[in-house]
Design a protein around this ligand. Structure first.
Ligand code: AMP
Ligand code: FE
Ligand code: FE
Ligand code: ZN
Length: 287
C-alpha cells in the first residue's frame, strides 16, 4: 500500500540553479518557486547533485516539499538528449563517475569554444570563469553570459542563435553517454528517468530508440514544457496513455537565463506520487 501523500501541489519538477546554468543559488531558486505558488519543487541542475542540501533546507524552511533531481546529459548522434533523474542515490558509483566525466569534459569543451571565439571576438577564458559559480557544471550559457557582459550580444538567446549555435564555427560537441546508457545509469542508481522536453526543436527521437530506453527503465516523458511541439507531442501523448507511462509538466526555470517562470507548467499529484513510489535511490524532503 502506498503511504499517505505527504506533499502538496502545485509541483514543478524542473528547476536550475547557478550550480549549473541557472542564475540564482539553490536556496533562491526555491524561494522564487515558492513566490510563484509552487509547493513541491525539484532541483534538476545539469549533471550535478551539488545543490540538493542547500535547496532542501530552503524548501523546508518555506514549508515546501523538495524532490532531489538532476538533468543528465546524453547524446544521440548529433542531438543532445536530456534525461531528468528523480530521486537517484547521489553516491551510486556508476552514476557518480559518469556525471564527473561529463562535467570535466564540459570544462575542456568550454575552453576549446572560448579559444575559437577569442580568435574573432574580444573574449578570454577569465570572462567565462567570472560568469560561473565555483564548481558549477559549465555550459554554453556561461559563455553566453560572458558574451553579454562583454557587450558582444544582447542576451543568452542571441548568443545561442549566433556565436554558440551548433552550426557555427565555434561550436564544440559535448561528451555525453548515449540515451540508453543514461537511462540505465539513472535506473541503476534507484532514480526515476524521464525524458526532458522530448518534442522540442530537434523533433522526436526514433521510436525504436525510445523503445530501447523504455526497456532500460525509462519511466516517462516531460510533456508539459514550453518547447514541446506537435506532431511529436501528440505521438508521445498517445504512447504515454497506451503504455501508462509517467507524464510530467515543468517550467525548466533558469532564473534570468531564460524567460521560463516557476510553475508555468506543473505535474499532477498522481504523477508526483508515482515518481516517489518508484524511486529507491533517495527520498523527498518534507517540511
Ligand atoms: P550545453 O549543454 O552547454 O550545450 O548548453 C545547452 C544549455 O543551454 C541547455 O541546457 C539550456 O539550458 C541552455 N539553452 C539552450 N538554448 C538556449 C537559449 N536560446 N537561451 C538560453 N539558454 C539556452
Ligand atoms: Fe540548462
Ligand atoms: Fe534540458
Ligand atoms: Zn533543464
Amino acid at each position: 500500500m502506498p503511504g499517505p501523500r505527504r506533499f502538496e501541489g502545485p509541483s514543478d519538477l524542473h528547476l536550475h540553479s547557478a550550480n549549473s546554468d541557472g542564475t540564482q543559488p539553490p536556496a533562491e531558486v526555491m524561494a522564487s518557486a515558492h513566490r510563484h505558488g509552487v509547493r513541491t519543487a525539484a532541483l534538476t541542475d545539469h549533471d550535478t547533485t551539488s545543490g540538493w542540501a542547500e535547496a532542501a533546507e530552503a524548501a523546508a524552511s518555506l514549508g515546501m516539499t523538495f524532490v532531489p533531481g538532476m538533468e543528465l546529459s546524453a547524446r544521440h548522434e548529433w542531438r543532445s538528449v536530456h534525461v531528468l533523474a528523480y530521486l537517484p542515490d547521489p553516491d551510486e558509483p556508476a552514476l557518480r563517475a559518469e556525471t564527473a566525466r561529463i562535467r570535466s569534459s564540459r570544462l575542456d569543451r568550454a575552453r576549446l569554444m572560448a579559444d575559437r571565439i577569442s580568435r574573432d571576438y574580444d573574449l578570454v577564458w577569465d570572462d567565462i570563469l567570472e560568469q560561473t559559480t565555483d564548481g558549477a557544471t559549465v555550459g554554453r550559457p556561461h559563455i553566453a553570459d560572458a558574451l553579454v557582459a562583454r557587450g558582444l550580444v544582447r542576451d543568452r538567446a542571441e548568443a545561442f542563435a549566433g556565436i554558440l549555435s551548433p552550426g557555427g564555427d565555434y561550436y564544440v560537441a559535448l561528451y555525453a553517454p548515449d540515451p540508453v546508457t543514461a537511462v540505465s545509469l539513472v535506473a541503476g542508481a534507484g532514480g526515476v528517468p524521464i525524458v526532458a522536453h522530448p518534442a522540442s526543436r530537434g523533433g522526436l527521437l526514433p521510436m525504436r530508440l525510445l523503445e530501447r530506453m523504455l526497456q532500460a527503465g525509462l519511466a516517462g516523458f516531460e510533456l508539459g514544457h514550453r518547447e514541446n511541439r506537435d506532431p511529436g507531442l501528440t505521438t508521445l501523448r498517445d504512447l504515454c496513455s497506451r503504455r501508462d507511462l509517467i507524464v510530467t509538466g515543468s517550467s525548466d526555470y533558469h532564473g534570468l537565463g531564460k524567460p521560463n517562470q516557476p510553475g508555468e507548467n506543473t505535474t499532477s499529484d498522481e504523477m508526483v506520487a508515482r515518481i516517489i513510489e518508484r524511486a529507491t535511490g533517495s527520498a523527498p524532503v518534507h517540511p
